[in-house]
Design a protein around this ligand. Structure first.
Ligand code: FE
Length: 208
C-alpha cells in the first residue's frame, strides 16, 4: 500500500470509493461459501426495520411522560427500564436516557462508526452513519440541527453525546404543549425517531 501522508491526515479517504460494490462482492462470496444465509439476514433486517423500529423507544418516552416513577427509573437506569417493558437484545446492552429540558437540548452521534440503540430505535438511518453527520455534529451541532430544521434558542445549551459499543443513548424529548389530555398510546404516536436522536422534535401524527 502506498504511504502517502495525506491518507493519514484524511483517514476516511481509505474507505473504498464504492462501498456498496464491495459489500455486494463480499456478500456474494459469503453466501456462496455458505457462511451467510440470506433468508436469516433478511429476517434480522426485517425485525429491526419493521417489527422493532422506533416504536419501542416511542412507547418508553410516552410512558415516561405519563408515569413519574417510570421516568425516574428511566433516567437512573434506562437499560433496566427498557427491560421492564420487554425491550432488550443485541446492540442495546447498556442504554442511557438523557432528558431534554427548557435549558438543555441533547443530541446523539457516534463519531467512530454508527452505534445506536437497536432494540429501541431499530436500525440507524443512513444520515446517522454518514461522515458528515459524525464529524460535524461534534464541531457545529447548532448548525447541523438547523439543517435538520431544528433551531435551538441561543440561551439553551446543546449537549452532544458520543455513542460507543458500550453505551448507547436515548434522548427523552419534552412532552409537547397541548397533549395534556392524551394517554400513553396516543402520545407514543407523537414521538418521532429523530426526536429520540435529538435531531427533531415530537410531532402531531396528523401533520407529520
Ligand atoms: Fe459506533
Amino acid at each position: 500500500m502506498p504511504h502517502d501522508n495525506s491518507e493519514f491526515e484524511h483517514p476516511h479517504n481509505l474507505l473504498p470509493s464504492d462501498p456498496e460494490l464491495r459489500v455486494k462482492a463480499l456478500e456474494t462470496i459469503l453466501v456462496r461459501k455458505g457462511l451467510v444465509d440470506p433468508a436469516a439476514r433478511d429476517a434480522i433486517i426485517d425485525t429491526y426495520e419493521n417489527r422493532i423500529g422506533p416504536q419501542n423507544g416511542a412507547r418508553i418516552v410516552a410512558k415516561s411522560w405519563c408515569d413519574d416513577d417510570f421516568r425516574r427509573e428511566l433516567l437512573e437506569d434506562a437499560t433496566s427500564a427498557a427491560n421492564s417493558l420487554g425491550y432488550s437484545g443485541r446492540q442495546g446492552g447498556h442504554v442511557v436516557a438523557v432528558e431534554n429540558t427548557p435549558d438543555l437540548h441533547n443530541v446523539v452521534v457516534c463519531t467512530l462508526c454508527s452505534c445506536y440503540p437497536w432494540p429501541l430505535l431499530g436500525v440507524p438511518p443512513a444520515w446517522y452513519k454518514s461522515d458528515a453527520y459524525r464529524s460535524r455534529m461534534v464541531r457545529e451541532p447548532r448548525q447541523v440541527l438547523l439543517e435538520f430544521g431544528l433551531e435551538i434558542e441561543r440561551g439553551r445549551k446543546v449537549r452532544v453525546w458520543d455513542s460507543t459499543a458500550e453505551i448507547r443513548y436515548l434522548v427523552v424529548p419534552m412532552r409537547p404543549a397541548g397533549t395534556e389530555n392524551l394517554g400513553e398510546n396516543e402520545l407514543a404516536k407523537w414521538v418521532t425517531r429523530d426526536s429520540m436522536v435529538g435531531t427533531g422534535l415530537p410531532a402531531c401524527p396528523e401533520t407529520a
